[in-house]
Design a protein. Sequence first.
Length: 202
Amino acid sequence: MMRRHAARVVLALMAATLLGAAAQPQLVAQWSSPADPGQKFQKILAIGITGDRELRHRFEDNVVTHLRGKDIQAVTSYSLVPDLQSPGSREEILQKIEAQKIDAALSFRAVPLEKSGETAWEAEWIKEAEGAGTLRELIQATLPLKATKSKLYGVEVTLWVNGTPARLWSGRSGVYKLGAWQDGASGFIQDVIGTLRYSHWI
């Protein structure tokens, strides 16, 4: 009887583990510029674009940790702009970025999806990825960040540079609850950095 009970407990734990693993945020699609990969970046700015302060810090801190572990200098954007909803002058923000001698940026933008589906979001993401946007335009269009609440979020990731094309690589996640993002931020960042390293973008 005890053996059967123990077996049920083990199976329940295995099922919980598998379900938890399946819920971890992952990249599900990516786009790459036709530009040649292999550029050597000296310093990368980590940018988390989300109204959730804790999630923003987790994104940026994990990016900086992973990049520094690969001998790439990195800096968080929250050290330059603590509050995205009251960021001050956008021109001053751009001046702060320039003063850091940054030659690339890796942005993570949380997209609320409770009212819109993944299909519509994917179409919009592809359109933007294939467009001619710049980091300056992203900052001007995004800040100050509007306060939004949603139960479901997707995340768009983009590698930016100062030259042309400005957008070298972009990826997007699946759709997950905010709690899954808070718990799975580190694993998602590791997935992104691994993908960029494998593709020779960083």
